[in-house]
Design a binder for this molecule. Sequence first.
Ligand SMILES: Nc1nc2c(ncn2[C@@H]2O[C@H](COP(=O)(O)OP(=O)(O)O)[C@@H](O)[C@H]2O)c(=O)[nH]1
Ligand SMILES: [Mg+2]
Length: 378
Amino acid sequence: MAGDWFNDSFRSEYAKQQESMGRFNLAIFGKTGVGKSTLVNAIFGEEIARTGIGEPVTQDSHLYLGRAGNLGVIDTKGLEVGLDNKKLLGELNDMVKKSRKQDLSEQIHVAWYCVRGMDRRFEQSEAEFIRRLDELGIPVVLVLTQVPLREGRYHPDAIQLAQQIAAMELPIVGGRPYLTQAMHDAFSGHPAHGLQDLLDATFRVAPDAVKGALVAAQQIDHKRKAQEAQKHIVIAAGASAAAAASPIPFSDAAMLVPIQLGMMARIAQIYKIKFEKAAFLAIASTTAATQAGRATFTGLLKLVPGVGTAAGGAIGAGVASTYTFAIGQAWAAVCKRVAAGKVPQVNGVLDNKAVHDIFMEEFRKRLKMRQPDEPPAR
Ligand SMILES: Nc1nc2c(ncn2[C@@H]2O[C@H](COP(=O)(O)OP(=O)(O)O)[C@@H](O)[C@H]2O)c(=O)[nH]1
Ligand SMILES: [Mg+2]
């Protein structure tokens, strides 16, 4: 089957990229009902909610790890912060110590400590819990949840609580609570608020090596996704230029394919597109599997200016990088549109032709642009 090489290669690149992105792990604390799960859903989407609370991190543990894609959420079940601090902190201590010997992707990177903004109470036992989290080396973002906002003003009770907490000089990110509302408030008609600030604070303290996973896992900051996609397009274009540093014969352009598939797999994951869907989209975009295999993928190469006229059909660094760059931009355009739900469907299935058109339009557009490393046309 013509499609087999494509599916197999793409699957392997997808797995490699998933592995290299790792997992961002968020621990979430606060009393039952303050809105922890709602907040996680608002920022990371429904997928994490569908996985349920997850698995206990060890046998008999009250800490549960739920995983979805590049995200891990550590939640508590059966113990309450404030009431069961000793037991809870004991279990956390065990988890942190054990995970220090493991990969960064197994560690807790950031904690959100949630307090309902209208509760008017923040107990000493909660402050103590936060200090202990800090001592365990976990950055704590303090979140006030369900804070009413009207005509640009927070509810005075929430402001008062925020000031009271800030005055305690706790080891919290930014030195103050983050005021949020995770849902559209049907009563005041006010939309959700404070989520981007909370996410930005989380980015500030997340380890660099898992920031990519955090970019992919969150679903409210589209700009960060676009920037992350650009970063990987530039990397892949550079790798393609290096591969063709001494010009390669046209027939060897297949050596660029793994670079391009890796880039496409990475971008798909930045936009939370699962393998099966990504493979379908990639085939629709490039028509790679509908014709005679690998050579078809490189068939797009014929559209790159300069290729047809190059002596002996050789591909140099400039052409290779332009080619990969244009594929990256075209693919990012497809992923972005799909993630936004803006690609037409036919009988509940994404429309092949529409996907191909989005890809080709962007691809051709990018080929017309001069690349930064290309000498001006004479
Ligand atoms: N209006 C409003 N309701 C919320 C908000 N966050 C949570 N809720 C509601 O509060 C209840 C408890 O939320 P949940 O996320 O399950 O709390 P958890 O126990 O801390 O995980 C649910 O009925 C939510 O719909 C919010 O930001 N605004
Ligand atoms: Mg919950």
